[in-house]
Design a protein around this ligand. Structure first.
Ligand code: MG
Length: 331
């Protein structure tokens, strides 16, 4: 690992970047897991090979990012980004599988659809994949409404999933990340195709109501997710607010909050997500970003996120790298 860090420093030196930056790069936590790799494909597996060219790009982008005088906004996905995808060999719940606890029928149809459509979440045949993902989410919402779940059910379902079954795990460093936001007054926009009620309940349990409310009240946490509509009489779910959010249209929902936060000025954005398409959510706000750093969370080591993203946290890893970046910037 040390040889590799020296190698990066050397290429940084050659580009006459200042010593301060070289020191910072040298001290990055988990550097071998966070710098860009080239992905080499052979018959059965994908190998990750460090790429000096990509490192150079990353170092340049990183330097500009931390030296920028703009205010910072964090934009992130939620499922499998804030939460870990795996616990050992077992897959954790996401904000849809939490609901599966209430209905066997919903669970079975979800599993069937997952098998059919999951491949499109990380596929590069863009147009076909986008259509298939839209179809998948549409089916999920129809099945969801059939559960007739009520708003008050979410609290118990989430509690059961998180506390009793221990099936929702936030990545190590998540609490520190929220503490950093509070301390530095950096806002986070969480944008998810999941169900907003589930996200809110999970975050309330994880952070504690006091810290959660503080983040909301101080306008440091904004949650955008699919909103369930309930029947006025019996309180059961009858549908979703249209248009629903799915993997490929997140950008449409972001601009309003983003514009309010940036207040007419350009900003620097730290964006992170576990899906190949997540970074497309900056499409609608691209012109208002001065510096962008996109960090992918690679949960399974099967996707080539680079160069769509500038860095990649491998192995369903933790938030040390993101906290490291936050420790170097001020708002
Ligand atoms: Mg995700």
């Amino acid at each position: 690992m040390k040889t590799f860090i020296r190698k990066i420093s050397k290429t940084v030196e050659q580009k006459n970047l200042n010593q301060n930056i070289i020191d910072k790069i040298d001290n990055m936590p988990l550097i071998t897991e966070n710098i860009p790799y080239e992905y080499k494909y052979d018959e059965n597996e994908i190998k990750l090979v460090p790429s000096i060219d990509l490192c150079n790009d990353f170092v340049e982008r990183f330097e500009k990012f931390i030296q920028s005088n703009c205010n910072t906004i964090l934009i992130a996905d939620y499922d499998n980004t804030f939460t870990k995808r795996f616990n050992g060999d077992e897959e954790n719940f996401n904000s849809f599988t939490v609901i599966e606890q209430i209905s066997k029928k919903f669970s079975e149809s979800q599993k069937k659809n997952h098998k059919k459509y999951y491949i499109y979440e990380h596929i590069m045949v863009e147009e076909e994949a986008r259509e298939k993902l839209k179809e998948w989410y549409g089916k999920t919402f129809i099945n969801f409404v059939e559960t007739k779940i009520k708003k008050e059910d979410f609290k118990n379902l989430v509690k059961k999933a998180m506390i009793e079954k221990q099936k929702v795990w936030f990545r190590n460093g998540t609490m520190k990340l929220f503490d950093n936001l509070l301390e530095k007054k950096i806002p986070l926009i969480l944008i998810s195709c999941g169900i907003k009620d589930v996200l809110e309940e999970e975050l309330k349990i994880f952070l504690g109501e006091e810290k959660y409310n503080k983040l909301i009240n101080e306008k440091l946490l904004f949650i955008i997710g699919n909103e369930v509509l309930y029947d006025n009489e019996d309180g059961s779910s009858i549908g979703f607010k249209i248009p629903y959010i799915y993997t490929c249209n997140k950008t449409d929902f972001l601009k309003k909050i983003f514009d309010k936060l940036r207040n007419g000025k350009k900003v620097r954005v730290l964006m992170f997500g576990d899906n190949y398409y997540d970074i497309d959510l900056i499409e609608s706000i691209n012109d208002d970003i001065e510096q962008l750093l996109g960090v992918a969370l690679d949960n399974k080591g099967k996707v080539n996120f680079i160069p769509k993203y500038q860095a990649c946290i491998l192995g369903d890893g933790d938030f040390r790298f993101l906290n490291f970046i936050l420790s170097m910037i001020n708002n």
